[in-house]
Write a protein that binds this ligand. Structure first.
Ligand code: NAD
Length: 367
């Protein structure tokens, strides 16, 4: 390899070229020797408002893996906020390390100081391995934090709102596919009955849907089936089920080369983030199979709506649910754009999000 080729290769893989290709505004690397803190804050876009998105703590196998995660997740937040009609930009933070041993008070407060130094450009909340208790410590050093407990003026657990939005997104998709939005008698496979999945099952059972559930956690399966009468199926079995709707509510990337050929449903609508392993390829694979996909970042936006209400200053549960109800119409609008432009629903949702950012960005320009 010539020296020039080598330079080009380094350039291609550089953090800056990654940042440029995804269009981020700013990426902040935070390190503190005393507490062992290593964190990255990704600010993707602040046209609509400050970048709000949770902090994820994970034992990443490399710094590069952490960079890729924060860049991808923060870009997703931009689209989620934009299509939901919130005046928020997209951001996310990752902390590198073992959440079970490293999260001391000093560690979290040091992270809070880094957030504070951005002067409100980035607001945080919970994500994987970060709890309400952690937000309390972060909040001792900065006011740019949401996801606080209800007794501190926060919105508490966002999962019920996420489940409600997902349920409405599923109903809108049913309207598109079946001509009406009733889920009565529909066979629905819910993969993962954690915080969101279990509330979703409640909504579905209230509508007399026939619900199947899978989870790696036997005790959760037992609880949810005893409470709701949902039928337990195996972890792999869920992909082969004779069902109308598949609702991924556990992990990302469950729509991939191996699973899509097995699906017999007409709809995929669930709460998990990043369901399509490859956004473009698998979005079109679903279309080819005649399956309508409810874009994940649109129908799982209830959690973001919950923290947005907190960010506005006075958390109001009714207003939160009212905002989440808009997911139904936005979902139908997205399917319309997908049909008119002959693109996948995921691409249509991104198109709508980008359109709002462009239009609102324009009205902010000096005339
Ligand atoms: P959770 O951790 O409470 O629940 C996930 C459940 O999935 C757990 O019960 C877990 O045992 C199960 N699970 C893990 N691997 C599985 C597998 N292979 N098959 C079946 N089940 C499996 O998480 P949650 O808060 O309910 O979130 C669920 C999904 O929704 C996640 O992808 C999350 O990122 C996304 N999401 C959640 C919110 C929210 O408000 N909690 C908001 C937006 C998106």
């Amino acid at each position: 390899m010539t020296e020039l080729n080598e330079l080009e290769r380094i350039e291609e893989n550089s953090v800056f070229s990654q940042v440029a290709s995804l269009g981020h505004e700013q990426v902040v690397f935070c390190q503190d020797q005393a507490t062992g803190l290593k964190a990255i804050i990704g600010i993707h876009n602040t046209v609509l408002g400050p970048a709000l998105g949770g902090t994820r703590m994970w034992n990443y196998s490399s710094d590069q893996e952490a960079v890729t995660d924060v860049l991808r997740l923060s870009r997703g937040m931009t689209y989620k906020a934009a299509i939901t009609g919130l005046n928020l930009g997209g951001g996310k933070a990752v902390i590198i390390g073992d959440a079970s041993t490293m999260k001391t008070e000093a560690f979290l407060r040091r992270f809070g100081k880094f957030i504070d130094s951005l002067g409100g450009k980035y607001w945080t909340a919970e994500d994987v391995n970060m709890k309400t208790r952690d937000m309390k410590y972060i909040g001792m050093e900065t006011r740019y934090v949401t996801g606080l407990p209800e007794n501190m003026g926060g919105g508490g657990d966002p999962s019920p709102v996420t489940a409600y939005g997902t349920y409405l997104g599923m109903k809108a998709t049913a309207k598109k596919v079946f001509g009406n939005d009733s889920l009565a008698g529909k066979k629905i496979g819910v993969q993962g009955v954690g915080q969101v999945g279990m509330y979703l099952v409640d909504h579905l059972k209230k509508e007399d849907a026939k619900v199947y559930i899978s989870d790696i956690d036997e005790s959760k399966l037992k609880d949810v089936s005893a409470k709701t009468g949902a039928e337990v199926v195996g972890m792999e079995e869920i992909y082969d089920l004779d069902m109308d709707i598949y609702a991924p509510c556990a992990l990302g990337a469950t729509l991939n080369d191996l699973t899509i050929p097995r699906l017999k449903c007409q709809i995929v609508a669930g709460a998990a983030n990043n369901q399509l392993a490859d956004e473009r390829k698998h979005g079109y694979m679903l279309i080819d199979k005649g399956i309508v996909y409810a874009p994940d970042f649109l129908i799982n936006a209830g959690g973001l709506i919950n923290v947005y209400e907190e960010y506005l200053g006075s958390y109001n549960r009714q207003r939160t649910y009212d905002t989440a109800e808009k997911i139904y119409d936005t979902c139908l609008d997205t399917f319309k754009v997908a049909e008119e432009d002959n693109i996948s629903s995921q691409e249509a949702a991104i198109k709508l999000a980008e359109k709002r950012i462009r239009e609102i960005g324009n009205i902010k320009l000096p005339r």
